[in-house]
Design a protein around this ligand. Structure first.
Ligand code: XMP
Length: 515
């Protein structure tokens, strides 16, 4: 495996993913990780990430200097390279001209790190400081117009530095460079494959759980579905899968999910039908926050009751992914046992935590995976594309897309409108063009005319957005024809709606959901 030491770069995870794309396992660790700790992990190479600081800033993050003497290859990226140079006796200074964006890389030494990287290829730069003097033993491998030391190496000690970011997609020779480091310099083998992961995960779950029972709350997304499959492979009917149907799912979704698991995977799912309970909780509620809280609390109550009824269970399976582990590296750990404990039921709803007296131990077999890796595993085990590439769907479901009061009638209207949106974009082969595409029901009514009849009914808002990660989003510039077809179908097929409008607000200032 390779280790990425994170010096605060926004790209550290991306480096880890790029390494894994070469089928070599990688982990992101804090820059504070000592040489001694690294020895325990026995990595074949270390990558120092970029970072927002200048190496000469007071309090700028430094690494344990003993790392330089470990005999393990190191690749410093941007700040990582500047730190390497500074700590080994070279000099870094504020550059006369910083370099931001694309730059042509001219190669001076086309050997090891830069093998197969074309001369004058484009690399992505983002730096205000530059290396002005190399430490003893280092030489220049490549330069750009503004940066004499754009790639450097001490071949004998296998220490390498690049001023650019090989991990970003705009760096044309980036992948070749990373492969050179991974395979030729660190001599890694491509062992991080989906099959190997599944095998290891199953073995680890068996070892951890023994003959104990595990509870899994299935949500219908790719994480919990993949988790269910892995655990079922590992421990068979020691696993209990429960799906809490709060009544705010999309049309036919609960039934399809339970059927899919039973028929295709032979995994029985306990379908907890709690629709009326949830509806009673939100009766008369119009405040979005109160709505979310009521739904979240009811979820916990149902979860608690059902787990007692079906239990006892020793373990709770949780679909924690690697980015959650990086972010919460030191949190969520029981200080006495060192075990990770359940503080929230991931990805099903975002509210509160499990009650104190309902402490489970956790099984988290996906905790080493990035989302795209979960999708790969999901696909390899035969999950249908509709689950593997499902658009994000909020835990409180349709409830937060009904503005104002939620009633059975209004829920039905939204569910039918949502069905039309999804059906139409799927028919036109556009489902994957959107981060999310859905309908929102407003609480006002407006006048319309259908046939010779005056109507007074609700409007539906169409929300079709593109986004990388849900943090920011843009409204989608879709063809008018698509809007027209969806609008016609909704007004004709969904009773109670006589008008359709299109939301052209980006995030920020809007949010993706309306509540
Ligand atoms: P907003 O509306 O904040 O949403 O722009 C960003 C992304 O998060 C999803 N979302 C949720 N997901 N539980 C979830 O699991 C929630 O309560 C929740 N609220 C918003 C939303 O669908 C979008 O993808």
């Amino acid at each position: 495996m390779l280790v990425i030491l994170d010096f605060g770069s926004q790209y550290s995870e991306l480096i880890a993913r790029r390494i894994r794309e070469t089928e070599v396992y990688s982990e992101v660790l804090s820059y504070r990780t000592t040489a001694e700790q690294l020895k325990q992990l026995n990595p074949k190479g270390i990558i120092f990430s970029g970072g927002p600081n200048s190496v000469y800033d007071n309090g700028a993050p430094h690494c344990d200097p003993a790392i330089w003497d470990m005999g393990i290859p190191v690749l410093g990226v941007c700040y990582g390279m500047q730190l390497m140079v500074q700590q080994l006796g070279g000099q870094v200074e504020r550059a006369e001209r910083g370099e931001y964006g694309k730059a042509d890389l001219f190669i001076d030494d086309p050997t090891d790190l830069l093998t197969n990287v074309e001369d004058a290829t484009t690399m992505w730069m983002s730096h205000g400081d530059s290396v002005t003097r190399l430490p003893d033993g280092f030489e220049v491998l490549a330069h750009t117009h503004n940066t004499p030391c754009a790639a450097v190496a001490d071949h004998a000690r296998k220490l390498y530095g690049v001023q650019f970011h090989p991990e970003v997609v705009h760096s044309k020779g980036g992948i070749a460079l990373i492969r050179n480091f991974v395979y030729h310099i660190c001599e890694c083998q491509p062992t991080w494959t989906t099959e190997a992961f599944v095998e290891d995960a199953i073995r680890e779950v068996r070892a951890r759980v023994g003959d104990k029972r595990v509870l899994l709350a299935l949500s219908g997304g790719v994480d919990s579905s993949t988790l269910a499959f892995l655990l079922h492979q590992a421990i068979g009917d020691q696993l209990t899968c429960m799906f809490i149907d709060q009544g705010f799912m999309r049309k036919d979704e609960p039934e399809r999910l339970v059927k899919l698991f039973a028929e295709q995977f032979h995994i029985p799912v306990i379908h907890v039908k709690a629709r009326d309970r949830f509806l009673a909780q939100v009766e008369g509620v119009t405040d979005p926050e109160v709505k979310r809280k009521r739904i979240g609390h009811e979820f916990i109550r149902v979860f608690e009751e059902e787990s007692k009824r079906l239990g006892p269970f020793d373990y709770l399976a949780q679909g924690t992914l690697y980015p959650d582990v990086i972010e919460s590296a030191d949190t969520n750990v029981d200080p006495k046992t060192g075990e990770r404990v359940a503080v929230k039921i991931k990805s099903h709803h975002n509210v509160g935590g499990l009650p104190k007296d309902l402490q489970f131990k956790l099984v988290e077999p996906l905790r080493k995976l990035f989302k795209d890796e979960v999708r790969k595993v999901g696909r390899s085990i035969g999950l249908p594309e509709e689950i593997v590439r499902r658009q994000p769907f909020p835990g409180p479901g349709l409830a937060i897309r009904i503005i104002g009061e939620i009633t059975k009638e209004r829920l039905e209207i939204l569910r039918n409108a949502d069905f039309v949106v999804r059906d139409e974009i799927a028919k036109q082969g556009l489902y994957h063009d959107f981060w999310q595409a859905f309908a929102v029901l407003l609480p006002v009514r407006s006048v319309g005319v259908m046939g010779d009849q005056r109507t007074y009914a609700y409007p539906i808002v169409l929300r079709l957005v593109s986004s990388e990660d849900g943090m920011t989003a843009d409204w989608s510039r879709v063809p008018y024809d698509l809007l027209e077809t969806i609008s016609n179908r909704i007004v004709n097929e969904v009773e109670g709606v006589n008008r359709v409008v299109y939301d052209i607000t980006s995030k920020p200032p809007g949010t993706i959901e309306w509540e």
